[in-house]
Every structure is written in C-alpha cells, then in structure tokens.
Design a protein around this ligand. Structure first.
Ligand SMILES: CC(C)(COP(=O)(O)OP(=O)(O)OC[C@H]1O[C@@H](n2cnc3c(N)ncnc32)[C@H](O)[C@@H]1OP(=O)(O)O)[C@@H](O)C(=O)NCCC(=O)NCCS
Length: 523
C-alpha cells in the first residue's frame, strides 16, 4: 500500500512514535512540525517516486511499516540519515515529516485490526461490577440463604433409609449379568440369538427397575432418584457398548478362523505384549475398569497414561470441592428465590412479568450451567481419569465457538457424542438409513433419556425436556440457514442462555401446581 497523502495541498509530517525499537533518532525527531506557510513541504530527499509504489515499501524514508495488528504506520525514522546531512532541507525549521496518510479507523473492518483484548477485559470488569451489585442486592433482600445441611435433605428423607445408594449398589447385579452372558457367548455355550435376548432383557431391566423404585418408593427424594437413574443410564450405555464390542470381536474371530493364512500372523514389538485380545478381556477387572473409567465406549485396550500426576490430581480434587460448594451456594442463594418469585406471574398469566422473570433466571441458570460444565467435564472427569491412568482426556471440545447447533452437539459432551456415533448413528447408516433419519433417531433417544432423568424423579410427565431435545433438529436447520459466523455463534449462545431457563421454569411451575396448589384446590 503506498502513501497517498502527499498529493497537493497542505501536508504535515511526523516521525515514528516508537523511539528505540524501530530505528534510531533523538527527541528532535519526535515532534510534529508544520510544513511551510505555503502549505507545501519541500520534498525530502529522496522524494517518493510514486504514490502507490509497493516496491519501495521498507526501503526508503516513506517506508510504511506493519503495526502489531497488521495495519501500517506512517513514515519511520528512516529520516535519520537525512537529519545528519548538513545541507538537508529537513533541517529547515518547521519541516520534518508528513503526519497524515491514507488509513482506516480501527473499528472499520478494512483496517484489519483484531486486537480487542482490552475490550474483553472491560467486559470482564463490567461483568464483575454488575454481578457484585446483584450479589449485594440479593444479600440485602434475602439475607444468607446458603445452608449446606439442607443439601443432605435433598438426598435423604430419613437418615436410616438410603434407597438411592441401595439402587446404585444393586446396579452391580446387571453388570455381572452382562458379563456372564458375554462369558458364555465367548465359550460358545450360548447362541448369538439367546445372548441378544438375555442382553435385551438385562438392559430393559436396568432402565425399568430403578424407574419403578423411584416411582413407588415414598422414601426416595427427587435428587436421590436423579442420582440413581443417572448411574443406571450410564450403566445402560456402557453395557450396550460392552456387548457391541465383544460381538464385533467374535465376528472378527470368526472371519480370522475362516482365513487361516492370516490367523498365524502375530503383532510384533513390545506394544503387542501389553495388549489384550478377545476373549482374554472378559475378566471382572477389565469390566470394572471400564465401568469406572470416564468413557461410555468400551475398548479392549484403552490408552493409558504412564503415571498418576499428584499435583494435577490435587488441583482437580480442589476444584471439585470448591465448585461443588459454589454451585450449591448459587442455587440456594440466587436461583431458588428467583424461581419462587416467578410463581405468581405464572399464576396470574402476566406475560410481561413472566418474560422478566425468565430473563432474570437466565443469568444464574447460565452461570451455574457453565460452572457445572467445568466441574463435571474438566475437574471430575480428569480426576477420575488421572486416578485410573486413563489416557484419553478429550471430554469436550471447543463448543463455545459453535457457529451452528450441529457443531455444539458434536463438541460439548464428547463421551455421549462418541457413543451416539459408534453405537447408534453409524450402525444406522450402515443399515441403509439416511443421515437425517439416523440423526433424528439419535436425538429421539437422547430426548427419551433427558425426559427419563427428569420426569420420573419429579413424578410428572410433561415432555418439556423431550420437546427441548427434539427441537434441536429444526433449530439446527434454522440457525444454519439464517445465521453464519459470529451471528451463528450468538444464536447458539442465545438458545443455550434462554432455552434452559424456559425448561426449568416449565418444570418448576408444573411441579409447584401439582404439589402445592392441587391439594389446596381439592381442600
Ligand atoms: C446425531 C449426531 C451423532 C450426528 O453427529 P455428526 O458428527 O453431526 O454426524 P456426521 O454426519 O457429521 O458424521 C459423523 C461420522 O459419521 C461418518 N459417516 C457419515 N456418513 C456415513 C456413512 N454413510 N456411513 C458410515 N459412516 C458415515 C462420518 O465420516 C463421521 O465419522 P468420524 O466421526 O469418524 O469423522 C450428533 O449430532 C449427536 O451426537 N447428537 C446427539 C448429542 C446428544 O444428545 N448429546 C447429549 C448431551 S447431554
């Protein structure tokens, strides 16, 4: 880019503004001096030959240097040799360098400026200040509501009855049952059809048994139910993977037997000594390593980290401890009163107040969700992985940069996404389903499990969670069709920030009406 500022008229010239780093020169060069009274500066020697002369860039007094942000800055200190020349016309008073040149304002996209670090810091400062005000307002209004003892009552109604824990212990029975079926299948004591039937019965019981207990048992709390059902859902997904991988191994073994030429081949090197092959993997040790590992996809040989890093582990454990307290505190102090205050507008069907409450709830809800994300996917999963020397730590990817809903689902919960791809989506594609059908199938299953984890503990079937997950398919289409780039990213954030509190308010409202208003109405 050439400097076009010198075309006729009055000119001002300026020397560089960065003293030492970009060339020599003393303070005399720093000052901006007016060009002579006539407005035309005497041409410096050598004068620029051409306004748009790219070839001269970086070689003469009109050198336009790159700034840190990639734009250009004006003529540099290359005038130093001229100043030292005794008869240089630049020694005349009031004559030095031009101070204007063709350039864009920083906020113009043409400027190429992209360093908004300061503005990001400003956002953080504003966020802290506004939240500090909210924090104070909340304290003044409600006093301190945080009560760690109350958390215990969320899990237990009666200190002598621990139904959720009992359900978690009972889950082992299903794991052992699946293991025994696999053992017999490997030994050829069961046919594949019989094995499939037994697995289906076992898997169905894993989902139905805790659901029945949660619905029928009085002493189990909603939070206890969520915990027990989550454990059983994870077990269900893991055992599906366990069964699939062992089946694939048997199929491969069958093919290898059919081709005796390749059966004799052995892997070489030290790595082969440490790998397990089918059916040697069928041990309780291997099964329980998989059940406790932070993954839903079974493998015979997981990548292992060489040692347990004690400092890393300690940091994750401290994060787990601190963030648990923080989440509980924020829920009790910030979310619960906001939700309680939302009930009246809902009762009166006051739409403007409902929207105001929704937006108010969106802030703590989103903050807690973000903390939960870090707590679960980074702190907890890494702590477990470190303890078990589980090597694959890709629990999440950069979902925060999502410019589409599809990208978000591919990147926010990697264990679930990997399971969906490996045990649901790709098998459906292989059987001839279209991508759309396979994708809809995955979201349907995901919607079912979301509803399962909410409806059963709350003892009410409203399908809000189910609808929310199924709505992801049209939402993905709308966002990709109408929003791209930063707008797409903003649209994804907006759906996350607003979508969740809508679901939360719906469930809380229905729960409130069902449990606190219906008996009164009946009376
Ligand atoms: C439905 C879902 C699995 C689709 O995933 P996706 O990555 O968008 O799917 P794509 O069509 O891009 O294909 C993904 C894979 O299938 C492969 N694939 C595509 N077409 C294929 C075909 N016809 N045959 C075989 N494989 C195929 C791709 O190569 C790709 O493989 P790779 O992962 O090894 O690169 C994903 O959106 C998802 O996980 N959704 C549910 C998420 C969820 O509910 N999470 C709950 C969190 S609480």
């Amino acid at each position: 880019m050439g400097d076009r500022g010198g075309a006729g008229g009055s000119r001002r010239r300026r020397t560089a503004s960065r003293p030492s780093s970009q060339g020599g020169g003393g303070p005399a060069e720093e000052e901006v001096r007016d060009v002579g009274p006539g407005g035309d500066a005497p041409a410096p020697a050598p004068a620029p030959k051409d306004e748009n002369r790219d070839s001269d860039v970086g070689s003469g007094p009109w050198d336009l240097r790159k700034t840190r942000h990639g734009g250009r800055i004006g003529p540099e200190r290359t005038s130093v040799p001229l100043l030292r020349t005794p008869l240089s016309p630049l020694l005349l008073p009031g004559v030095l360098k031009r101070c204007h040149r063709l350039q864009d304002s920083l906020f113009s996209s043409d400027s190429g400026f992209s360093n908004y670090r300061g503005i990001l810091n400003w956002c953080v400062v504003m966020l802290i200040l506004s939240n500090a005000r909210l924090f104070l307002e909340n304290l003044i209004k409600y006093g301190i509501l945080v009560d760690p003892i109350q958390v215990v009552s969320l899990f237990l109604k009666d200190p002598y009855s621990w139904p959720a824990l009992c359900l978690v212990i009972v889950a082992n029975v299903f794991a052992v049952a699946a293991f025994q079926v696999e053992k017999r299948l490997a030994a050829g004591a069961l046919t594949e059809q019989a094995g499939l039937l037994l697995h289906v019965v076992n898997l169905a019981t894993i989902l139905c048994f805790p659901a029945a207990v949660a619905l029928l048992l009085e002493s189990i709390t909603p939070v206890g139910s969520v915990l027990a059902l989550t454990v059983h859902t994870i077990l269900f997904l893991k055992l599906v993977s366990y069964r699939d991988v062992n089946l694939w191994c048997r199929e491969r073994r069958g093919k290898a037997k059919a081709k005796p030429a390749s059966a004799g081949k052995k892997a070489n090197g030290a790595a082969a000594q440490h790998t397990v092959s089918y059916p040697d993997n069928l041990t309780y040790r291997d099964l329980y390593y998989f059940l406790l590992a932070p993954t839903l996809c079974y493998e015979l040989n997981f990548p292992r980290s060489p040692r347990i890093r004690k400092r890393f582990l300690l940091r994750r454990l401290l994060e787990m401890l601190f963030l648990t307290q923080l989440q509980v505190g924020l829920i009790q102090q910030w979310m619960v009163p906001t939700i309680q205050n939302s009930m009246k507008p809902f009762k009166d069907m006051d739409y403007s107040r409902i929207i105001e409450r929704l937006l108010k709830l969106a802030v703590p809800n989103h903050l807690i969700w973000l903390i939960f994300f870090y707590w679960f996917f980074h702190s907890c999963m890494n702590a477990v992985a470190e303890l078990m020397q589980f090597g694959d730590r890709e629990f999440y990817r950069d979902w925060w940069n999502s410019e589409s809903v599809t990208y978000f689902w591919q990147n926010w919960n990697i264990p679930v996404h990997k399971w969906c791809l490996r045990h649901f989506y790709k098998p459906m594609l292989r059987r001839g389903s279209s991508k759309w059908v396979a994708s809809t199938g995955v979201f349907f299953a995901s919607a079912f499990f979301h509803e399962y984890l909410v409806s059963i503990p709350l003892h009410m079937f409203r399908l809000w969670a189910f609808t929310g997950m199924m709505a992801q398919i049209p939402l993905a289409w709308i966002v990709s069709r109408f929003f791209q780039g930063n707008y797409g990213n903003a649209a994804v954030w907006l759906t996350l920030i607003i979508g969740q509190p809508v679901a939360v308010l719906m469930y809380v409202h229905d729960y409130y009406v069902l449990n606190y208003e219906a008996p009164v109405a009946g009376a």
